[in-house]
Each structure stands twice: as C-alpha cells, then as structure tokens.
Design a protein around this ligand. Structure first.
Ligand SMILES: Cc1cc2nc3c(=O)[nH]c(=O)nc-3n(C[C@H](O)[C@H](O)[C@H](O)COP(=O)(O)O)c2cc1C
Length: 307
C-alpha cells in the first residue's frame, strides 16, 4: 500500500505522526527511534512561561490505558525558540513537525503564534484547545466553549500562513459543530481527540493515584471516543482530520482513516513500546498488500458520511 499522502499541500511520507506530549521535541527520541521514519510528530505543548508541571506521580496505568496529569511541563516560548526549534531545523528533514501551543488565555495563544511563527524547523501549529489538566485558568477547556474556539482560531489565523490545526476534546457532545466552527474560523485541519478527563482512586485509602488528583485518560479505552469524534467531524467539515486516541496496531490506524482521518497520531502506544509507531508503519504496508488496498488515500470514506 502506498503510504505517502499529500495534506496541507505537503507530502507526508506516511500518515503516522507521534502525538503532542508523547515525544518531547523529537530530540528526546534520538536513542530509541529514527524520527525521519515517521510521517511527522507534534511537539509537547508550549506555553508562554516555562512550566515544571504537576506534582508526582504524573502518570498511572489501568486496564484500558493510562491516566496522566503532566500539567504541560515545557521550556516555555523563549527557550523553545532559541533551543528546540533550531535543533529541529538542523536535524529533521523528512518528518513533518507541528508545534503544539497552549495558552491559558486567548491572548497567550496570540503571543505564542507571534513569538514562534518567524522561526524555522516546523511546518505548522497545533492549537491545544482541549487539555484537561491545564487550560483556561482551571476552567473547562477552550474546545468546549464555542465562542472561545472562534476567537482563538480566527486570531491565530490572522497571525500565521502556516498550516493551522485545532485539537478538540473527546467529551464534546457536539464535536461536529465545534469542527465546523473551527473550520469557519480558518483552521487548515482538526486533530481529534485529546485525553478524556478521568480519576483513579486507591481502594484502601481513597487517595487519588495521581499527585494532581484527576488527569487525562489515553490509550485503547479512548479509541471509540476518538473514532466517533473523527466521524462526526468528517460529516461537518471538509478540512483534513488527524485522528488520535488508542492507536496500537495498523488496523487501528485504518479504522481512523475509514472514519475520515487523513493522518493518524499515536501517543500512549509509544510508552509501552517506543518503536510502536515504526511497527504500525510497516504493518500498514503489509495490511494493504493482504487486503489489496493500493493506497492509504483509498481508505477515506466518501464525503458526508453520517454517524
Ligand atoms: C503523558 C502524556 C502527555 C500529553 N501531553 C500533551 C500535550 O502536551 N499536548 C496535547 O495536546 N496533548 C497531550 N497529550 C495527549 C496526546 O497527544 C493524545 O491526544 C492522547 O494521549 C490520545 O492518544 P493516545 O491514546 O494514542 O495516547 C498527552 C498524552 C499523554 C499520555
């Protein structure tokens, strides 16, 4: 199966990207994975100020995946521009890089775009509108507030010519309408989904398993929510979609394509097996050969599939 696909006017050598927050800025993967094998990756979310993140433990496992409350630990805007992006510019050629940005306020999103847009080393921005652990000054994520989605996306659109993605939430009951709204406000693509708010408690003590209390759920248990969100979004918008949530195997990536995703991201799978993405890329080729599917692009549903 031909895996190369052209999205946002750029060729991706394959449709598999690593998801935001699960591969640092790429450099962290040097010992375990050749990032140039990937379709691309999304950096961890960058905030205006550096952040040390939430109290430990920040990550815990359960039967259907993991719960994390990393709290957007990151080096902040200035060090991202002076250290992380120059490394990307000099080391990454084939993989397509998106920089994820997260504001606590609408204005911070604009500040991040203005501060990073002129730098080299990346293709586009992914707006993290949906972090359950740290967003909107402790209120609900921006992705659940239609007016905020419009204001942030249109303001960011005015500040960059690069491909602009909005990342939406799995617990949005009307994610199709949010996808349409984001499209009308000017995004080039939509990433679905972020982690789902969750809580794990110790039976004996009643204490929360994570230092911060609640967190975001990811992994195989999130896959049905991700697939539903992608299919809903596909019925409401024509822009490229990036499906994410619980992809472990080639068939999971194919399911996202069948739902309407043009590209697929993987996160939690890499924690258990750091080379999981490379295995999925190889497995997709084999899967296509077995099934007689010539090209990744052939998996897309026809327009306007209802849920
Ligand atoms: C440890 C961890 C950190 C994450 N950090 C971010 C982040 O900084 N920004 C973001 O948009 N999503 C973040 N996510 C969410 C992932 O990008 C992805 O949307 C989610 O994990 C679902 O995909 P998965 O089931 O393949 O992990 C994080 C997820 C995990 C597990």
């Amino acid at each position: 199966m031909k895996l190369a696909t052209t999205v946002f006017g750029h060729e991706f050598q394959n449709p598999i990207l690593l998801a935001a927050g699960t591969c640092g800025f790429g450099q962290e993967l040097e010992e375990v994975l050749d990032v140039e094998e990937l379709g691309g990756f999304v950096t961890k979310s960058v905030t205006v100020e550096p952040r040390s993140g939430n109290p430990a433990p920040r990550v815990t496992e359960f039967g259907a995946g993991m719960l994390n409350s990393v709290g957007l630990a990151n080096p902040g805007l200035i060090r991202t521009r002076s250290e992380k992006l120059p490394w990307l510019a000099s080391h990454v050629r084939r993989a397509r890089v998106f920089v994820s940005v997260a504001g606590h306020t609408v204005e911070e999103f604009f500040q991040l775009l203005e501060g990073l847009d002129g730098a080299d080393g990346f293709l586009g921005f992914e707006l993290n509108l949906s972090c359950p652990n740290d967003n909107n000054r402790g209120g609900p994520p921006f992705a659940l507030d239609p007016e905020a989605v419009s204001v942030i996306v249109s303001g960011c659109r005015a500040r960059t010519q690069r491909p602009l993605l909005a990342k939406l939430a799995p617990n949005d009951p009307d994610v199709g309408s949010t996808a349409r709204l984001a499209t009308e406000a000017g995004v080039d693509g939509i990433t679905l989904v972020n982690t789902l708010p969750g809580l794990l408690l110790r039976a004996g003590s009643g204490e929360t398993e994570l230092g911060a209390g609640q967190g975001g759920m990811s992994g195989p248990g999130l896959r049905p929510a991700g697939l539903r969100a992608v299919r809903e979004a596909r019925a409401h918008t024509d822009v490229p979609l990036l499906g994410v949530g619980g992809v472990l195997a080639p068939q999971d990536a194919v399911a996202y394509a069948r739902a309407g995703a043009n590209l697929v991201q993987m996160g939690t799978a890499s924690f258990a097996a750091p080379r999981a993405s490379a295995a999925v890329i190889r497995g997709l080729k084999r899967w296509g050969a077995r099934q007689g599917v010539a090209s990744w692009d052939d998996l897309q549903p026809s327009r306007g599939v209802a849920i």
